[in-house]
Design a protein around this ligand. Sequence first.
Ligand SMILES: *Cc1c(COP(=O)(O)O)cnc(C)c1O
Length: 351
Amino acid sequence: MASPTATKTPSASTDPESVANELLALCTSAVIESHQLPAELVNALLDREHAAQPFRESMAQPFRVDVLRLDQIHPVLQGNKIFKLLDHIPRWQQSSRTGWVTPGGCWSNHLHACAWLARRLGVPVTGLVRGYEHLPLTPMLEDCKRWGMTLVFLDKQSYRQRYDAEFQQRWRDHCDGYFIGEGGALAVNAEPAVSQPGTAAFQWLGQQCQGYESVWMAAGSGTTAGQLMPYLPSDCALHVLNTVQDNGQLAEHLQNRWIHLRHKQNWHLHASQQGGFGKARKQAKPLLERLGSLGLVLDPIYGLPLLKALLLHHCQASARKGLAQARPPLLIHGGGLQGRRGVGLAWRSPD
Ligand SMILES: *Cc1c(COP(=O)(O)O)cnc(C)c1O
C-alpha cells in the first residue's frame, strides 16, 4: 500500500523539466531591497577588517545599499547555486547517467543545494568531500547525509585533482554519475553552450542590474560572474570580490570571459581580505547579528566580506572626491545562509 507521502501531487513531480521550470520560477521571484546602514555600523564594518588600510576617516552618513535577495527564494536552493544547477539538469538528461557526482568542501553551499535538489528529483548523488571520514560531520554534511547524499571523503591530495579530466571520468564511471564541477561549474571539456532555462535565469539576473552604476558579487569559482557577464547592461560596472586566495586564476578566467564578449572592460576584481577560503572569523558573529537585526541576513564566508569590500570601496571613493553617496550600489546576495552555523549562529535546516 502506498504511503500518503508517496501520493503524487502536480507540484511534487520529479520530471526534470517541471522541476527546472519550478526552479526558474524561484530564481525570478527574488526581490531588490533597499537597506540604510547606520553610519556607526558602517564604521564598525570598515574598521575591524581594514584598520591597517590607509582609509581611516569615519563615515558620518548612513549608507544606502540595494540588495538582490537571492537568499530569500528558498531555504536551501538559494543564492547563485540554484542558478548554476539549472543548467545542469538538461545536461544530465543528455548524459544518460543515472545520478550525479560532485566535489565540495565540508561547508560547501554547493553540496548542500545539490543534495537537496537531487532528492527533489529522485536522483542518486555522490558528494566527493574534501575531508576525513573519522572526523565529526559538519552540520552541512549532516544535512546532505539526511537528504540521501552518498559521502565519499577525499584527502587533500586526491581532492586537488578535481579539475582533471581523468579524475572526473573516473568518478563518472565509478558512480554512473553526471559530473558537476566544484561550486556548480561545468565539467572539464563540457560544451560551453548554455541551455534553457539556465540562460533565462541569468538573463533575468542581468535585467535586475539595469539602472545600477555598480553591481557587486562574491566569487569562489567565478562561475556565476562569468555566466552573468553576457547579460549585464553595458553601462553597469561589475565588482567581483575574490574570496579565494588564488594565484590570479580567477582574474584570468574572468578576463577570458570578457574577451569573448567583444572588449567589454567594465569589471573590477577585488582581492580577498580574509585569511583564506572558509576561515570565517569569530569576530564576524556580532557584525552578522547586527546586520541580521536590520533585516540584512548574510553568511560569513561570502556575504559579509562582500559588504565590507563594497563599503570600503565606496567610502574611499567618496573620501577622495569629497562627495556624498551618489547612487546606491547593488549587492547580489549569493545566499549560503546555512554557513552561518559555522560561526555559531542559528539556522534551521528543513527536513
Ligand atoms: C558559491 C557561492 C559564491 C561563489 O560563487 P561562484 O560561482 O563559485 O563564484 C558566492 N556567494 C555564495 C553565498 C556562495 O554560496
